[in-house]
Design a protein around this ligand. Structure first.
Ligand SMILES: [Zn+2]
Length: 247
């Protein structure tokens, strides 16, 4: 138990289907595969849903995906009434792509917001319809109109987005890369995945294990729906799809 699952989404976020072999079924019925394209809940991004297709075409509905005993083990949670596959069985893994693609656009939008608002991040949650990012930002001093316009300028510029692996020593030498105030990237694995925006990461780079679109234009129209005060030093920004509604 606790074996690492090969995480195909880390190298290719666009893999909507893949093939995996059942490695284990845990005591609660969770399915562990040798490899998967299903993202497991972490870093504020919810895990994937979808279905596994058996050789005879039957479907096993997957209601959620989480990490298991270690962060490297990925556990797929079948719907309560779903059939259980056999150990060693080969399955075709289908992500609910419409949902995941929205999450990829939203997650990328959170990165763009962190570029526009370069303040320490105290929390974040990516959702299909709305995301939120909390900043340590005592004085508002920013408007949703201004932040929306700056984010949309980054979208329109169609900057490339790519990942790059660096060593822990390289990260330690560049502490400014970490935007999150409370959450540190996982230490001990020896390498850190950086998500970079712009040619040669000119716009941004920060450690992140999530899934993102490959060009900023794919984010599409987004806007800041609300900026709320959360405590004396925190501001919560809500990102929504679509253009900023006219007042
Ligand atoms: Zn990210």
């Amino acid at each position: 138990m606790g074996d690492a699952t090969e995480a195909l989404f880390r190298e290719d976020a666009y893999l909507s289907t893949a093939e995996g072999i059942v490695a284990a079924i845990n005591e609660r019925g969770g399915i562990v595969l040798n490899r998967t394209n299903f993202y497991a809940t972490s870093g504020g991004q919810p895990g994937d849903t979808g279905f596994f297709e058996r050789a005879d075409g039957a479907r096993i509905t997957i209601a959620g995906t989480i990490t298991g005993q270690t962060k490297e083990e990925i556990v797929h949670l079948p719907a309560p009434d779903a059939a259980r596959p056999e150990i060693g069985e080969t399955l075709v893994l289908h992500i609910d792509w419409a949902r995941r693609y929205k999450l990829m656009r939203m997650h990328t939008a959170c990165h763009l917001l962190s570029v526009v608002c370069p303040y320490p991040i105290t929390g974040a949650a990516v959702g299909e319809d709305e995301s939120r990012v909390d900043f340590d930002l005592p004085d508002a001093g920013v408007s949703k109109e201004g932040v929306t316009a700056d984010m949309m300028a980054l979208v329109a510029a169609n900057h490339p987005i790519f990942t790059q692996w660096i060593s822990e020593a390289e990260l330690a030498a560049n502490p400014g890369l970490v935007k999150s105030k409370n959450v540190r990237p996982p230490a001990g694995s020896g390498r850190i995945r950086l998500v970079c925006i712009g040619d040669e990461a000119a716009v941004d780079s920060q450690p992140c294990g999530g899934t993102h679109v490959s060009e900023t234009q794919e984010v599409g129209d987004i806007h800041i729906g609300k900026i709320e005060k959360k405590g004396r030093e925190n501001r919560r920004f809500r990102i929504r799809f679509g253009a900023l509604p006219a007042m």
